[in-house]
Ligand binder design. Structure first.
Ligand SMILES: NC(=O)c1ccc[n+]([C@@H]2O[C@H](COP(=O)([O-])OP(=O)(O)OC[C@H]3O[C@@H](n4cnc5c(N)ncnc54)[C@H](OP(=O)(O)O)[C@@H]3O)[C@@H](O)[C@H]2O)c1
Length: 216
């Protein structure tokens, strides 16, 4: 798959690196330093490269949107035409100091994003785990240990299938949570995970797993 990374920070940098190491063609874009984008590309794999958001978007099968909520309009402007593109967002609609959601209950960041880019297919994924756990999950999956869950949601079946494949490539067990509207629940859940990861004593390398147990 050709994957454009829009926002190459903690999430975009790590997920882009993992996608590249899983065999995808990755373009890292949108950081404050071109040197950083070049370094990410060099360290990820042979086919990864750096580019502008527009270059990352052109011919991409999927885009990962991984910027602070305050940067969404700017990065979308720079990306250009998103007609027919699958946009996987891990971005949470956080306020300036990252202390709370500015969209919740009656809408979600993912739904607001979909309203901004109606010509694209938006899927919400990867926002319910901290960046610190991503490499650990990726390398553990190779050792065939039990996979952690990862919730995702969206309205377009093709975009969801593609996202589920990428979730598996990272080493998670994808959990289809339904339509994009369900991001109203997954986004606050992401904050719970953040509380446990960063507020608890166990460290931020935290993932979760849903299991079912028979009644009898
Ligand atoms: N970090 C997590 O564990 C985590 C978990 C779940 C969800 N999320 C969500 O995922 C999204 C990304 O989080 P993150 O932690 O990856 O953020 P981050 O590390 O701050 O990355 C954001 C990226 O945007 C770039 N950027 C910011 N301002 C810019 C500007 N003016 N021009 C060009 N590039 C600019 C940054 O550049 P630089 O590289 O130069 O800083 C960076 O590459 C957020 O919405 C967050 O809420 C994060």
């Amino acid at each position: 798959m050709r994957i454009g990374i829009l926002g190459s920070g903690l999430m975009g940098g790590k997920l882009g690196t993992i996608f590249a190491r899983a065999g995808h063609e990755v373009v890292f874009s949108y950081a404050r330093s071109l040197q950083k984008l070049k370094r990410l590309a060099r360290e990820a794999s042979g086919t990864a490269r750096s580019g502008t958001p527009r270059e990352a978007t052109e011919q991409a099968d999927a885009l990962l949107l991984a910027v602070h909520w305050s940067r969404i309009d700017d990065v979308l402007d720079q990306a250009g035409d998103l007609s027919g593109r699958v946009v996987i967002t891990c971005s949470l609609p956080m306020n300036a100091d990252n202390s709370g959601l500015i969209v919740a209950h009656t809408s979600s960041g993912a739904e607001e994003l979909a309203r901004k880019i109606p010509q694209a297919q938006v899927v919400s994924a990867f926002n319910t785990v901290p960046s610190e756990v991503l490499f650990g999950v990726f390398y553990a999956a190779r050792r065939k240990t039990t996979r952690p869950s990862l919730v995702y949601c969206g309205d377009d079946e093709h975009a969801k299938k593609l996202t589920a494949d990428l979730i598996k490539d990272v080493g998670f067990d994808p959990v289809d949570s339904g339509s994009l509207r369900i991001a109203r629940y997954t986004e606050p859940f992401a904050l719970l995970i953040g509380e446990i990861a960063y507020g608890g004593n166990g460290g931020p390398e935290l993932a979760y797993r849903f299991e079912r147990f028979a009644e009898a």
